[in-house]
Design a protein around this ligand. Structure first.
Ligand SMILES: *[C@@H]1O[C@H](CO)[C@@H](O)[C@H](O)[C@H]1NC(C)=O
Length: 500
């Protein structure tokens, strides 16, 4: 039995003893969770139910991922087996609180999602692998266009009533789009006015508030405003974040609110703001509506990116002490990074060719003609220029060095990037966007041959040839090049030595 100031003990019946999980801690603080979402672990020490559901591309069937043991981490091996040799999407993130506040594919709102029916995209089940205490689990990797929502949640704060929330995000995955959020939002997916939301926001959007430095920042999305403090423009006490794992906290009640944050892997929370509501009309009192969003704005703005590992919402205004013990529990869960790649190994600095594996196309290689990336028939008798067009130098991923970038052999300084989901050969403009769009993560080939190579920023999308032109394609979707037929073959490539 462990007993310390940081490990609260729960004693149930005679003998069952467990370290308190976040929602046990909020309950003992008198501010119980009314929603608890995580694809990585149980957020109650006694929880052994459903964590999330995945759907696979091969036959559209689903399976449920639950904890390995009561109160434990996700049994991700179930996902790995179920999703082997196909693609998988996260279809449901279950609410562990017992209230049924599950998160599912967000419907169209003020902004329409990218699916043909206006719904948002679902996240890849494999885009955000991490370990918890050494065990591999998966977070929720939100690309622009991806979002989850529950517009009929029960027990969430409405009006000016008090609530708290926390989430653990990837502090290195963000952008300036609106809005990577988790928390309380409008129940009709429309912008219904100032004060109709109260959600965690993380990113570099500067349209409303900012913090110190150039970001990214934790702010509160209160609708028509991202707030870092009482001053609607800037709070110099809200720091730029570089933690890989970032604990974020937001709480709000009648004319008071706070944002707090910490390295989710070590150390205590800091308070970035604690005080009165912003000095702009509409935010005091608040007009909270009680829907729950993940990865999008209250009006379904879908331009943002970020990664979510776990989060909860509470009834009532949690004490700092309760939140401090939640942070201790998160640190004790031991979030850590793991490999983003699998399959045949790529070596930085090597020169390679990438051969198509689709029956009937196996003499074609990934090549470029000017700025177009395509496939061309290449062999030892091909011209030197064609050989060079089909040869690539492997570089450390420009946007994430756990993955790779591919530099042209004959147009040095130009890289394969995606733009509007088409692959292009382009010189780096040095921007974060270029670097991320030029970063690809190989994994074992979906058809059993070579590698499939997913876009780092869009892990539902893989380098694929379609009509001999190259795209990043999803396994089914709104574009012709997303068609499910032949997807595994068209997106598997055998990596060999280069022609030139
Ligand atoms: C899966 O469902 C989609 C529609 O939601 C359909 O277009 C596709 O053909 C289905 N795939 C399989 C393998 O049944």
């Amino acid at each position: 039995m462990i007993h310390s100031s940081s490990s609260v003990l729960l004693v149930v019946g005679f003998a069952l003893v467990a370290t308190a999980a976040p929602c046990d801690l909020y309950a003992s603080g008198g501010t119980p969770c009314i929603a608890a979402h995580s694809t990585t672990r149980a957020l109650y020490s006694a929880y052994s139910g459903q964590l999330y559901q995945v759907k696979r591309g091969s036959d559209n069937t689903t399976t449920i991922i639950s904890p390995l043991s009561t109160g434990g981490v996700a049994n991700a091996a179930v996902q790995d087996t179920f999703c082997a040799s196909t693609t998988c999407l996260i279809t449901v993130i279950y609410d562990q609180s017992g209230r049924g506040n599950h998160l599912t594919q967000a419907p169209p709102g003020g902004f329409r999602g990218p699916e043909s029916n206006g719904y948002d995209n679902l996240a890849s089940a494999t885009g955000a692998p991490v370990t918890l205490d050494g065990k591999k689990v998966y977070g929720v990797f939100i690309s622009p266009g991806t979002g989850y929502r529950n517009n009929a949640a029960s027990g969430t704060a409405t009006g000016d009533s008090a609530e708290g929330m926390y989430a653990v995000f990837d502090g290195t995955h963000y952008n300036s789009g609106c809005c990577f959020d988790y928390g309380n939002a409008e129940t009709n997916s429309l912008d219904t006015g100032n004060g109709h939301m109260e959600a965690l926001y993380f990113g570099t959007n500067t349209a409303w508030g900012t913090g110190a430095g150039s970001g990214p920042w934790l702010m509160a999305d209160l609708e028509n405003g991202l707030f870092s403090g009482q001053n609607p423009k800037n709070n110099a006490g809200d720091p730029s974040i570089s933690f890989r794992f970032f604990t974020t906290i937001l709480k709000g009640g009648p004319n008071k609110w706070a944002i707090r944050g910490a390295n989710a892997a070590s150390g205590p929370l800091s308070t970035y703001y604690n005080g009165m509501r912003p000095s702009v009309s509409g935010y005091n009192p608040m007009h909270k509506e009680g829907a729950i969003i993940l990865g999008i704005g209250g009006d379904n703005s879908v331009s943002a990116q970020g990664t979510f590992y776990e989060g909860v919402m509470t009834s009532g205004y949690p004490t700092d002490a309760t939140e401090n013990s939640v942070q201790e529990n998160i640190v004790a869960a031991k979030y850590a990074t793991t490999s983003l790649t699998s399959g045949p190994i790529l070596t930085v600095g090597s020169s390679i060719s990438l051969r198509a594996t689709t029956p009937g196309y196996t003499t074609r290689y990934l090549a470029h003609t000017g700025s177009t990336i395509n496939t061309q028939v290449v062999d030892s008798s091909s011209s030197t220029s064609l050989k060079q067009q089909a040869s690539w130098t492997v570089r450390a991923g420009l946007g994430n060095n756990a993955c790779f970038s591919f530099e042209s052999k004959d147009t040095v300084g130009n890289y394969i990037r995606h733009s509007a989901f088409e692959l292009k050969l382009s010189a780096s403009d040095g921007s974060k966007q270029f670097k991320e769009d030029a970063t690809f993560c190989p994994q074992s080939g979906l058809n059993g041959q070579g590698n499939s190579i997913r876009a780092w920023g869009y892990p539902t999308r893989y380098i694929r040839h379609y009509s001999n032109v190259a795209y990043i394609s999803s396994n089914g979707g709104v574009h012709s090049f997303d068609q499910a037929a032949s997807f595994n073959d068209d997106s598997s490539w055998v990596i060999g030595s280069s022609f030139a």
